[in-house]
Design a protein around this ligand. Structure first.
Ligand code: SAM
Length: 531
């Protein structure tokens, strides 16, 4: 008789994953992508339900919960080390809209409600085929009719030249001693030796060699969870489309934004390949032109509709667009893989003048008399091109505009109103990581570097007096090293460190802090007694 194994067996559970905020999971981004494809997204202003399957330490779940008090957030993960940490954070930050379940996807609690958004990042490629079926069944039963699913996975063809790295890591880890971190460390050391010797597998496939170099710098908790799972696999997009099709869901677009535009994935001379192609062909071609290795896909039950610009504007009336940087100017150029593209001339030049640094919804732009010279089609197209190429940001609300000049902000007493954000910047266990801060205005997280978080924390705690010296001391105390930008060399010499801290503080006051004020994450003025 063979022993019955659980569909969840084979996943690495002896070591924790690592925290990290993922901006693509913000409802506003998912909703924007859906509207881009003619799919009416779930309404969010009166409240919504968000489920994250495999939420790890919950960095994204908690940040989004703090940014959307009207939403109800549920996180599911079967590793108690993850869910217990989330419970502690929930208690400490008094977040009332988070439910965390320590549960296995194969045995979910019976009282799970229906959700507007179901997100799973870092799950689909890393679990057994049986468990994937359990996940699909959870989605089938618990996605509201208008709901959106976001799923990430490793894809072809990008992984074709990288597969040897996974094979070798798993092979040597299987023969090593200790827990998954110890085993992956030993395996990585052997693979790095092979890469250093430039043996044919790495010589012939430079991307595999680059991957090994990157893994040598990566957190081993990440490497263990990415590479050691028994059922790790990689998909062709058409297979994933078929799996979701099997539960009645169609493709609703993808992230990052530019992947929704074939022109930003393939060179213009291949336009004919994309004309009239069905979705599976279109996505397969885009992945091959771009040599994609990872996908963020959205799925929905709703059909794609051919909208007029005003129908599109109405479907997205609570999404706001603004220039990604106050210094935005034209021409704006980008290069994605081998594809270069740009934005110049009308209507963008006039739009930038009219929009300034304010947030604009599509109805506001289409109604704006100063833009009346342009057709509504041209304006909507210009917004989408701007978002795809990073000229514009899309938010779930309007940011503050105007804000005081940089010098006024830098000199003012500052407050961080949300307890969640105060805890995020006070943590000392973050090393070279992005910190997600919640914005009630955008309904999303905003990432800042952990050194910028340290500056903000010191500024709030002790003001400007001796700021740079205090930061330098704190870096020494917490063994947080500044590193040279190009080489990664730790900066330990005190004079060199003081200079580097000065440069980082300048960047914080000129670029980072104004954006935090714009998003309402930092407010001007001393904290009220309640804080
Ligand atoms: C790679 S991590 C991703 C965590 C998080 N989504 C993130 O991006 O930071 C995958 C997560 O899925 C969880 N997981 C894997 N199999 C599971 C199962 N059968 N039931 C519940 N959670 C599971 C793991 O514990 C882990 O935290």
């Amino acid at each position: 008789m063979t022993a019955h194994t659980s569909p969840s067996a084979g996943y690495v559970t002896d070591v924790a994953y690592l925290p990290g905020y993922y901006p693509f999971m913000a409802p506003a981004r998912m909703r924007y992508v859906a509207t881009l494809q003619g799919i009416r997204p779930p309404a969010v202003s009166e409240g919504f339900d968000f489920l994250e399957l495999g939420c790890g330490f919950g960095s994204t779940l908690l940040t989004l919960a703090a940014a959307n008090p009207q939403g109800r957030f549920t996180g599911v993960d079967f590793m108690p080390v993850h869910t217990e940490q989330i419970e502690r954070e929930v208690a400490a930050t008094d977040l009332r809209n988070v439910r965390v379940l320590c549960a296995d996807f194969a045995k979910m609690p019976a009282d799970l409600p229906q959700f507007d958004f179901i997100a799973l990042h870092g799950v689909f490629s890393w679990v057994s085929p049986e468990l994937r079926q359990c996940v699909l069944e959870i989605i089938r039963r618990h996605l509201k009719p208008d709901g959106i699913v976001e799923v990430t996975y490793n894809c072809m063809p990008g992984w074709s030249s990288l597969l040897p790295v996974r094979t070798l890591l798993r092979h040597f880890a299987g023969r090593a001693e200790g827990d998954s971190i110890a085993r992956v460390r030993q395996a990585l050391a052997i693979v790095a030796e092979m890469r250093k010797a430039d043996i044919p597998i790495f010589h012939d496939q430079p991307r595999a060699a680059q991957l090994v170099d990157r893994l040598m710098q990566a957190d081993l908790h990440y490497v263990a969870h990415e590479y050691l799972n028994e059922h790790w696999t990689v998909f062709h997009v058409a297979d994933v489309l078929a799996m979701f099709g099997g539960i009645g869901l169609g493709h609703a677009g993808r992230l990052p934004f530019h992947h929704n535009h074939w022109e930003l994935c393939a060179k213009p001379q291949f336009a004919a390949q994309f004309q009239g192609a069905d979705i599976a062909t279109l996505e397969t071609l885009k992945d091959h032109h771009a040599n994609a290795m990872f996908r963020w896909d959205l799925f929905s039950r709703r059909p794609r509709e051919a909208w007029t610009p005003w129908q599109r504007a109405d479907a997205a009336a609570d999404l706001f667009f603004r220039t990604a940087s106050p210094q935005a100017s034209l021409p704006h150029t980008v290069t994605y893989g081998g594809v270069s593209a740009g934005i110049a001339g009308p209507p963008h030049d006039r739009m930038l003048e009219v929009m300034g640094n304010s947030s604009w919804s599509l109805p506001m732009l289409l109604d704006e008399p100063q833009l009346a010279a342009f057709t509504s089609e041209a304006l909507v197209e210009a917004v989408d091109a701007g978002v795809a190429m990073g000229l514009f940001r899309v938010d779930g609300g309007a940011v503050i505009d105007p804000i005081p000049p940089v010098e006024t902000i830098a000199a003012a007493p500052l407050t961080v109103p949300l307890e969640f954000n105060r805890r995020a910047i006070t943590r000392e266990d973050i090393v070279n990581e992005q910190v997600g801060l919640a914005s009630l205005r955008t309904g999303a997280g905003h990432e800042i570097g952990d050194l910028h978080a340290v500056i903000l924390d010191e500024l709030i705690a002790g003001g400007h007096e001796g700021l740079e010296e205090r930061i330098a001391h704190r870096l020494v105390r917490t063994e947080k090293h500044l590193r040279e930008h190009t080489t990664g060399r730790p900066i330990t010499d005190p004079a060199e460190r003081a200079k580097a801290v000065g440069i980082i503080c300048d960047g914080f006051f000129t670029a980072v802090l104004p954006e935090l004020v714009r998003q309402g994450i930092v407010t001007l003025g001393a904290a009220s007694p309640a804080h």
